[in-house]
Ligand binder design. Structure first.
Ligand code: TXA
Ligand code: MG
Length: 332
């Protein structure tokens, strides 16, 4: 870790470092972002380098007002206006046609820009003082689990960034829902913190452009191996419940929804919500995955899916993606 790295809840250093084109981890209600001045190409390139992220994966811009959003896009579909009014500030990213001042580096040469007004008091106070948008992907190495605390960011990217604004644990805990409008049709590109039910209650039925329905992913969030821990992770589809002699329960961890696993040592288990509360489960998900990934005693994680409704769909999407690479290995 960078010994000069500061982790603090003071916003003044965050503002001045961003103005000097440095890299600052910012808290949001979803996950921590790795932020830089979106108008400075060298600062934006540092984001890609710190994350080891390919340039084909576009970044989301963060601002604090609708006026600033309007300067960065050339048109706002009526459904986009309705969603912005309903959910901003909050965990919704809109894909809208970008205006000329947004660099192609930010959008990976795509015609649309991903943009949102996040809902975190410290970050909104920082954004208010800036005369540029902040480009910020989740503050994790490419393809690893997103960070929901300042300490998660420090552990993984601490030596690559200039300051971490500590806003406490992210309250929502799972990334924003991404909605675009290809051909004017409201379309969900990433399941996220805002439930489909909530979106459809505002604008009616939406289309989907998710990895299962696409052969050419538009974005890295659509890659099947995203959000992965480094330990092998398998879905608990029932076959692990037997007393199979080959399973070494001592070396297995369990990510459960609302109950403990009977065979696995209790300190190797993380339960997302004993009250079966999907919001609590979302808030706990990434911390729980990280904690299991860091346990020396285990080499394998088995994970249970949650009810597939509301934010539960986004939680299941992340768990299935985390398991994706291992299903692939096993089938080979
Ligand atoms: O909750 C969030 O959205 C967090 C916080 C920090 O705001 N950010 C986040 O950023 O999750 P990131 O970069 O980890 O994920 C953004 C996803 C990526 O999969 C990216 O490919 C996609 O959004 N994306 C961004 N701009 C896009 C665009 N113009 N068109 C299509 N996909 C886009
Ligand atoms: Mg990410």
């Amino acid at each position: 870790m960078n010994t000069l790295l500061q982790i603090s809840s003071a916003i003044a250093p965050a503002i001045s470092i961003l103005q000097a084109n440095g890299l600052v981890a910012i808290p949001t209600e979803t996950v921590y972002g790795l932020g830089a001045n979106a108008y400075c190409e060298s600062a934006v390139k540092r984001i890609f380098a710190a994350k080891n992220r390919p340039y084909y994966d576009p970044l989301i811009l963060h601002v604090d007002t609708l006026e600033k959003v309007n300067e960065l896009v050339t048109s706002f579909y009526p459904e986009a206006v309705a969603l912005a009014n309903a959910f901003w500030p909050g965990p919704l990213t809109l894909l809208l046609p970008k205006s000329a001042q947004v660099s192609n580096l930010v959008t990976a040469n795509l015609p649309n820009l991903g943009i949102r007004i996040p809902n975190h008091p410290l970050t909104l106070s920082v954004l208010r003082e800036l005369d540029f948008p902040v480009a910020a992907p989740s503050a994790n190495p490419f393809n690893y689990v997103s960070p929901t605390t300042a300490q998660h960011v420090a552990q993984q990217l601490g030596n690559k960034i200039d300051y971490i604004l500590d806003g406490g644990p992210s309250q929502v805990g799972i990334e924003s829902t991404i909605v675009g409008f290809p051909g004017g049709v409201p379309t969900v590109y990433r399941l996220g913190a805002i439930a489909i039910e909530a979106i459809e209650s505002i604008i009616g039925p939406v289309a989907f452009h998710l990895p299962q329905s696409s052969k050419s992913p538009l974005s890295a969030g659509q890659l099947p191996f995203h959000y992965s821990p480094t330990k092998a992770l398998y879905l608990d589809n029932g076959c692990f419940e037997t007393n199979h002699p080959l399973i070494q329960w001592q070396s297995v961890g369990f990510l459960g929804f609302n109950h403990f696993h009977l065979q696995i040592p209790i300190d190797q288990q993380r339960i997302l919500s004993l009250d079966s509360d999907l919001n609590e489960a979302a808030q706990q998900l990434y911390s729980a995955l990280r904690a299991l990934d860091q346990l020396d005693a285990i080499d394998t994680i088995i994970a249970e899916l949650v009810p597939n409704e509301g934010v539960g769909r986004a939680i299941n999407d992340r768990i299935i993606k985390a398991a994706g690479r291992w299903q692939h290995v096993r089938s080979n």
